[in-house]
Design a protein around this ligand. Sequence first.
Ligand SMILES: *Cc1c(COP(=O)(O)O)cnc(C)c1O
Length: 420
Amino acid sequence: MDHFQPQNGELHAEDVALVRIADEVGTPVYVYSRATLERHARVFREALASIPSKRIAFAVKANPNLAVLRVLGRQGYGADVVSGGEMKRALAAGIAARDIVFSGVGKSAREMAEALDAGVGQFNIESEEEGIELARIADGKGMRAVCTLRVNPDIDAGTHEKISTGKADNKFGVPFDLAVGIYARLAALPGLQMRGLAVHIGSQLADLRPLELAFEKVGALLSMLRAAGYPVTHVDLGGGLGVPYKAGEELPSPAEYGEMVARITHGWDVELMFEPGRVIAGNAGVLLTRVIRVKRNGNRPPFVVVDAAMNDLARPALYGAWHDFDAVRPTGERMTAHIVGPICETGDTFARDRECDALVAGDLAVFRTAGAYGATMASSYNSRGFVPEVLVDGDKYAVVADRIPPEEIYAAERVPEWLG
Ligand SMILES: *Cc1c(COP(=O)(O)O)cnc(C)c1O
């Protein structure tokens, strides 16, 4: 359920007309709904009500906007970060360092040192090499880094190959059959306090079965580690739960996910950690865009050229992803069209042969489910600048990220004097 619904035939974000935001802020613009973010945060937490000890960290990479992080921080969410930049954002948004989990295969020595200095709550180590380096840095500071070891369970998550992370040939985690040995060697290092395991097999999972298999394997590993005398107190189950991108699409609900987790982890006697991203933010945002023109195409479907492009919302170009596309003021008439942006690449196509609301030049429309992996993946390709972001709360809204025009981006560039 989201709060982007029509009122008097016109699409609103909560109680704010999208027409008003388009007029006052311009297009394209990302629009987020606070009520939807809070609702999703609550639903996810309630789905885990039967888990005795748990912590939830929002996966910052899904939507790192400071205001969004503030909303979720106030819901009791920590932050799962995958770079020093994300760590700094989470801290800037007011999330306590101890509630930050640092994941990722490529933590640099500098990022590790900064995270130790900041006091982040947990590092999810992705390789023995990384663990050794972190141990050395922590020991040099007279500290012990609190860690879990991320394992790669070699399970096909059944999602798009670019967002699958739990197969043996993916770069993430340590091979399952080597995990006990690596854990033992890392646990012996003075700079580390190994306290458990982590797993994350991919994103936009439409089926709980691969997650269940992965968690079962982690449970087996947990028993092996305990049998070998290691006190495992924490298991991080990652994120990955998918969201519906098409109206009417059925995906496993947070409640079904929670029931499965409770069943598989029964008796583990650990604090469970969760890192949801998309399921919290995905349907809490839309990309609002204006039709520049409708280009006729002979007998073929016309091109609806909108002012948003692949640099603003990369998922269709990157993963062939579907986003529902709806008029802000639908007339009731329909058309079949290709929805494209202005960028000089055929990849700048949001949809082909899409049946959608009939649109003409100047009309407003939204790409739905753009609250996760949307603005954060933007680039300035074709010197288009960065799209602003707006957060709606009831009948008010605020611009929570300014539009960054191309002039401000090239202001950071220099022409050396010797070029004359
Ligand atoms: C991306 C990521 C997540 C969040 O994934 P979603 O599919 O957005 O829930 C969680 N944990 C890790 C380690 C990730 O890389």
